[in-house]
Design a binder for this molecule. Structure first.
Ligand SMILES: Cc1ncc(COP(=O)(O)O)c(C=O)c1O
Length: 410
């Protein structure tokens, strides 16, 4: 595998300052929502984990890091944990060779989308150590999603230990390179073999791993991505479950994503309501960096009002920005009308998406009702999106030793 090193060029003083002043919030801070979590004694336990290794002839060759495509190659093993209400709940966790699932055709997940999932990554640092980035936040979100979909909750700490062991077993799959990482897909499905929209009395948790390179295929980090903003579609609504990570939020977006692709655009900018509020971009949270009416620089992202997935990257960027204290940071709605006005008044500086898969993805173009809007993100000399990207990568790849957001795997 090619060994490539990400070159960190520190913006004088900025990152050093961050190291000293950053406080570390430990939750996705969704208003008025308790995070459901099973007490360790009622959850599955890492101590009960069993391991069945794949025989040597089943081990797959590892792809060259240059050939990595998101979600195409999988490692040799997986983690599985069954839940059966009639057998007392969670069963013992097991690591097995990666294998197909056998499901009854009536399985609830296949009919009513009783399915929730997560997306996280393991990074091999410059020191060879493998780290997870704030995995407790993924556990918190998975439990919240599970609870909304009538699926059993679990103890997040125990699951982090089980997933860490899986990564440790498949550690040679974590790319030896700082432009790639190992994507972790924890998945929880209702496997009751009965039709009927009801709580699933049986469930299966599994985690699979895949080495991934850059999320976007072109040089979007240099050019910025282009978006389709079509107000006739929305991905989430008040009282819905856009703030949960259930598969049912994603399937219906494929058609619109296809529409964007046919127009030569890369992602969908999801709008909501008569005033066309910006909510998210593709599967990323959105950030807008502007000069406000008082002449101050301001970073804006929509609030966690039920429409927005509470992203781990979003929460991390907000923390970094607030601790940096060099510009105003606001969680508020922003509409397409405001975006158009900011552009015409030359007060829109940057727009970017943020998420685990691509970390920070600058936006350079929006097709809004067939009107092309140029976003000057790539023209800024001291761009904040680059600073966020660099700071996050530094933490993820171990350039900031013992950082509290990075969990080392043995
Ligand atoms: C709809 C949506 N928004 C935002 C995000 C970004 O969240 P995170 O930063 O936790 O990856 C994701 C990815 O999980 C997503 O699917």
């Amino acid at each position: 595998m090619t060994l490539m090193r990400f070159k960190i060029v520190s913006r004088a003083g900025l990152l050093d300052q961050l190291k000293y002043v950053m406080r570390f919030s430990s939750s996705l801070q969704i208003r008025n929502q308790e995070c459901p979590q099973q007490e360790p004694e009622r959850s599955f336990k890492y101590a009960d984990l069993t391991v069945r290794l794949a025989p040597p002839h089943l081990l797959q060759p590892k792809p060259d890091v240059r050939d990595l495509v998101f979600g195409k190659y999988f490692t040799d093993h997986m983690l599985k944990i069954f839940y059966h209400e009639d057998l007392g709940g969670w069963q013992t966790p097991e690591i097995t060779p990666l294998e197909n699932l056998v499901l009854h055709p009536a399985t609830k997940a296949l009919h009513y989308a009783v399915q929730v999932f997560e997306g996280a990554k393991a990074y091999r640092g410059r020191d060879g150590k493998i780290r997870l980035f704030r995995p407790e936040l993924n556990m918190e979100r998975l439990n919240r999603s599970a609870s909304r979909f009538g699926l059993p909750v679990f103890n997040g700490g125990e699951l982090i230990k089980c997933i860490s062991r899986l990564i440790s077993i498949d550690q040679e799959w974590v790319p030896h390179c700082e432009t790639a990482s190992l994507y972790i897909r924890p998945t929880l499905i209702g496997v009751d073999p009965t039709l009927g929209v009801a709580v699933s009395r049986s469930a299966l948790f599994y985690a699979i791993l895949c080495p991934v390179g850059s999320y976007f295929h072109n040089s979007s980090d240099k050019k910025g991505i282009s978006l389709l903003a079509d107000p006739s579609y929305t991905r989430a609504w008040q009282g819905g479950c856009g703030d949960q990570k259930g598969g049912s939020n994603y399937g219906p977006t494929i058609h619109i994503q296809e529409k964007a692709s046919q127009k030569g655009l890369q992602q969908v900018l999801w709008l909501h309501g008569a005033d066309m509020q910006l909510t998210e971009v593709g599967t990323m949270n959105i950030f807008v960096f502007i000069v406000n009416e008082n002449g101050e620089k301001e970073l804006i992202t929509p609030p966690l009002n039920g429409l927005i997935l509470p992203g781990v990257t979003r929460a991390s960027i907000l923390s970094i920005a607030r601790e940096l204290n060099q510009f105003k940071v606001t969680e508020r709605n922003i509409t397409m009308e405001e975006i158009c006005r900011l552009i015409s008044e030359k007060r829109l500086l940057e727009m970017f998406g943020a998420g685990t898969a691509c970390v920070v993805s600058p936006i350079s173009h929006i097709d809004f009702l067939d009107r092309p809007l140029h976003i000057p993100t790539m023209e800024q000399s001291d761009a904040v999106h680059k600073m966020f990207l660099k700071t996050l990568l530094e933490i993820q790849y171990g350039y900031q030793p013992n950082h509290p957001w990075a969990l080392e795997i043995d």
